[in-house]
Design a protein around this ligand. Structure first.
Ligand code: CMP
Length: 481
C-alpha cells in the first residue's frame, strides 16, 4: 500500500516537473514576445515588463526548486527507512525541506534579481522577525524544543513513554513541529507540547528493549513460600508476551498484616501490551493457585490463643505422623502405642530450600525424621562444604549428638522445602527403657555414619570396635544398664 502511494507521488512529481520545465523553456524562448504582450496590458507601468517576466521565471524556478526538494526528501529519507527499518521523524523531514528550499530559492532569487539589495531586505526582515518571534514565542519554543528532542533522540516512534505531572502514558505515534502525539491505552490521542515535554521528566520504555513489569499478590501465612514461588514462576513464564529470555522473578516483598506480600517481576516481548499482559499474568496466578491449593490473603483479623508448651503433632495430623515414624527402620520394633507416644512428642518444623537444620559443632538434644522433602549432610573441608549423604523422606538424623551428648558432627541442610519431625531426649529415653535392643541397632548405624565422616577409616574391624564404643556411650548417657 505504502509502496504504491510512493510510486504515485513520484509519478506526480515527474509530471509536475516536466510541465514546469516546458513552461520555463517557453518563457525563455518567447522572452521578447512576452515582454511586448505585458506592455500592451492595461495596467500601471510601475513594474517594468522585464521585471514581470523575471518574476514569472522566479515563480516557475521556485516551483521547480520545490519539486527538487520533494524528490531529494523522498530519496534521502527513503534510503534512511531502507537502512534503519523505520521512518525518519516528520520534524526532521520538514526542517530539511524548509532549509533546502530556502537556500535554493535564495540562489534563484539572486540570479533573477542581481540588482536587489538583499542586505536591506534582511534588515527589514530582521525587525519583522523580532515582532513575529515575540508573537510566536510559544510556537517557536515548541519548534526548537522539538528540534532538541530530535537531536537527543531520547525516544522514537513506537516507544512507550510516560510524560508530565499528569503521567500521560502511551505509544509514541508522531513527533511533529509542535507536539509529541501519543496513543494512550484507552486508545485516546494525547498531544504534549514539545516545550512542556522538554521541561518534564519522561519515562521511556524503548521498543527494542526488554522492559519489565511487576505484579503484586498476597498469600495466607499458612502457604509455603517455596511452593508459592515455584508455582507462580512456572505459571507466569508460560503466559503470552512474557519473554522467554529472562525467567520471571517471584519474591516476598513484605510480611503484611493480612498475609505474605509477594511481587512477580517479568519481562515483556512487546511492552506496548503491558496492560493485557498484566491482566493475563494475574489470571494465570489465580488458576495456578487453585490447582496448587494455595490461598490469596485478604484483610483478616485472627485471634491466636497461645499454648504454653509446643504442641506435639500427633494430635493434629496423627495418622500421617504415626505412619511416617513406623516406616523409620530403627523404630520398626516399637509397638503401636510406643510409636503413638513418639508421634505425640514429635514437633514439626518446615525449612526453606538451602536452610540449615543442624549446624556442626552446636550442642543438640534431639533427633529428626524427614517427613517431606530432602536434606544433605555436609562436613566442612578447608572451609568448603563437602556432601556426605543425602537423606530422604523416612530417614533420620541428629541422633549422634542426642545419644552421646557430643556436639553435632555435621551440617544438615534442606535441599528443597523440607518438613522434619523433631523428637527430644525424654521421648527417646522412654522408648529405650522399654526397648533396650534399639540401642544396639542404633549404635551400629551411628558407627557406619561415623565412617562416612572420616574418609581415612575403612576397616570393618574399626567399625565394629567403634560400634561397641558408641553402644556403651549411649548406655552411659541415657543411664541404661
Ligand atoms: P549429629 O552429629 O547429631 O548431627 C549431624 C548429623 O548428621 C549426625 O548426627 C547424623 O545424624 C548425620 N550424619 C553424619 N554423618 C552421616 C553420614 N555419613 N551419613 C548419614 N548421616 C550422617
Amino acid at each position: 500500500m505504502k509502496r504504491r502511494q510512493s510510486k504515485n507521488s513520484l509519478l506526480i512529481l515527474a509530471i509536475n516537473s516536466a510541465v514546469v520545465v516546458v513552461l520555463l523553456i517557453l518563457v525563455f524562448n518567447f522572452n521578447k514576445e512576452l515582454q511586448s504582450l505585458i506592455l500592451k496590458l492595461p495596467m500601471d507601468k510601475i513594474a517594468k515588463a522585464e521585471t514581470v517576466v523575471n518574476a514569472i521565471k522566479l515563480v516557475l524556478f521556485g516551483i521547480l526548486a520545490y519539486i527538487v526538494v520533494r524528490a531529494l526528501n523522498f530519496l534521502i529519507f527513503g534510503m534512511f527507512r531502507l537502512r534503519r527499518g523505520f521512518d525518519a521523524p516528520t520534524l526532521v523531514r520538514n526542517v530539511f525541506s524548509i532549509v533546502a528550499f530556502s537556500l535554493l530559492f535564495l540562489i534563484i532569487f539572486t540570479f533573477q534579481f542581481p540588482e536587489a539589495n538583499l542586505g536591506a531586505l534582511f534588515t527589514t526582515s530582521a525587525i519583522f522577525g523580532v515582532i513575529l518571534g515575540l508573537a510566536l514565542q510559544d510556537t517557536l519554543g515548541n519548534f526548537f524544543a522539538g528540534i532538541s528532542l530530535q537531536a537527543d533522540r531520547p525516544f522514537q516512534v513506537g516507544d512507550v513513554i510516560t510524560v508530565g505531572s499528569q503521567r500521560h502514558t502511551g505509544v509514541v505515534e508522531e513527533i511533529s513541529w509542535r507536539a509529541i502525539k501519543i496513543r494512550t491505552f484507552q486508545n485516546h490521542i494525547v498531544l504534549i507540547n514539545n516545550g512542556t515535554a522538554a521541561k518534564e521528566p519522561i519515562e521511556v520504555c524503548p521498543r527494542d528493549n526488554l522492559n519489565a513489569r511487576i505484579v503484586f499478590f498476597n498469600t495466607l501465612y499458612t502457604d509455603s513460600p517455596a511452593k508459592t514461588i515455584h508455582v507462580v514462576r512456572e505459571a507466569v513464564r508460560e503466559t503470552d508476551n512474557v519473554s522467554s529470555r529472562i525467567t520471571p522473578i517471584v519474591r516476598i516483598r513484605n510480611l503484611g498484616d493480612s498475609g505474605v506480600e509477594y511481587e512477580c517481576k517479568y519481562w515483556l516481548d512487546d511492552y506496548a501490551k503491558y496492560n493485557d499482559t498484566d491482566a493475563l499474568v494475574r489470571q494465570r496466578i489465580w488458576y495456578a493457585f487453585r490447582r496448587a491449593g494455595l490461598n490469596f490473603a485478604y484483610p483478616t483479623r485472627t485471634l491466636l490463643v497461645e499454648r504454653k508448651h509446643p504442641k506435639g503433632v500427633g494430635d493434629v495430623d496423627g495418622g500421617a505422623i504415626v505412619e511416617r515414624l513406623s516406616a523409620v527402620d530403627i523404630f520398626a520394633p516399637l509397638s503401636v502405642d510406643e510409636t503413638g507416644m513418639l508421634a505425640q512428642a514429635a514437633v514439626r518444623h518446615v525449612f526453606a530450600p538451602g536452610e540449615t537444620v543442624i549446624r556442626a559443632g552446636d550442642p543438640g538434644a534431639s533427633m529428626f525424621v524427614v517427613h517431606n522433602g530432602k536434606v544433605q549432610v555436609q562436613i566442612n573441608e578447608s572451609g568448603r562444604p563437602r556432601p556426605v549423604a543425602t537423606l530422604n523422606e523416612g530417614d533420620f538424623f541428629g541422633e549422634m549428638a542426642l545419644f552421646t551428648g557430643e556436639p553435632r558432627t555435621a551440617n544438615v541442610v534442606a535441599l528443597e522445602e523440607t518438613e522434619v519431625l523433631e523428637i527430644g531426649h525424654d521421648a527417646m529415653k522412654r522408648v529405650f527403657d522399654t526397648n533396650p535392643d534399639l540401642v544396639e541397632s542404633l549404635s551400629f548405624i551411628m558407627s557406619e555414619r561415623r565412617q562416612g565422616l572420616v574418609s581415612t577409616v575403612d576397616s570393618e574391624a574399626g567399625a565394629t570396635d567403634e560400634s561397641a564404643g558408641i553402644l556403651s556411650a549411649i548406655k552411659r548417657f541415657f543411664g541404661i544398664s
